[in-house]
Design a protein around this ligand. Structure first.
Ligand code: HEC
Length: 163
């Protein structure tokens, strides 16, 4: 066999082997009650809640609503699982109620920044899902909410420290 044919065959075998179900990571679909969801501890008006459910929760919560068919083609699922893992490490709306006031304040500030820059949801996801895109008004609304929450959390933790 020619060297090139060998290399091509090896690549094909690797691509086939990684399709085995054992190599597909577990889905991010927790069945647990969301007892620590952000709305349990903070003021999240209904319109804000709908926006974050729709545009953020697939990556920043313990439940991804829908896995596309191409999730089952490797290495797509590794790539998606890594995104969700990194996203939850930064910000998990399902665990937000467990954050210390300092951490919550920092996260609200980061949300405001991301919304002002319109950087979230990440680009690859926006390209694949038309319905998760936010309008300019929605970005503004989310940024204003995050700014207000940031100030409120700081105020509250200040008054706690003074007691
Ligand atoms: C498709 C997945 C995905 C969606 C949907 C998504 N994010 Fe993210 N987000 C990420 C990833 C991945 C990171 C980790 C940092 C990075 O890779 O940019 C992140 C990081 C963040 C951070 C931390 C950024 C920092 O300051 O370091 C914030 C805040 C954030 N996202 C807010 C949001 C908000 C708000 C929404 C909804 C409007 C949203 N994200 C939707 C994937 C996502």
């Amino acid at each position: 066999m020619k060297r090139r044919t060998k290399i091509i065959l090896t690549i094909i075998v690797i691509l086939l082997v990684i399709q085995l179900p054992v190599f597909t990571p577990a889905k991010n679909t927790s069945k647990a009650d969301p007892v620590n969801d952000i709305a349990k501890a903070y003021d999240v008006p209904m319109d804000i809640q709908m926006m974050v459910y729709n545009s953020c929760y697939d990556c920043h919560s313990n439940y991804t609503r829908e896995y596309p068919w191409y999730y089952h083609i490797q290495p797509v699922s590794w790539w998606m699982a890594l995104h969700i893992h990194n996203a939850k490490k930064e910000l998990n709306f399902s665990e937000f109620a467990t954050y210390s006031p300092e951490k919550a304040a920092k996260k609200f500030d980061e949300i405001r920044e991301q919304m002002e820059k319109k950087e979230m949801p990440i680009k690859s996801y926006r390209l694949m899902h038309d319905d998760v895109k936010l309008s300019d008004e929605e970005y503004e609304e989310l940024a204003a909410w995050a700014k207000k929450m940031h100030a409120e959390v700081l105020d509250k933790s200040d008054s706690l420290h003074q007691q």
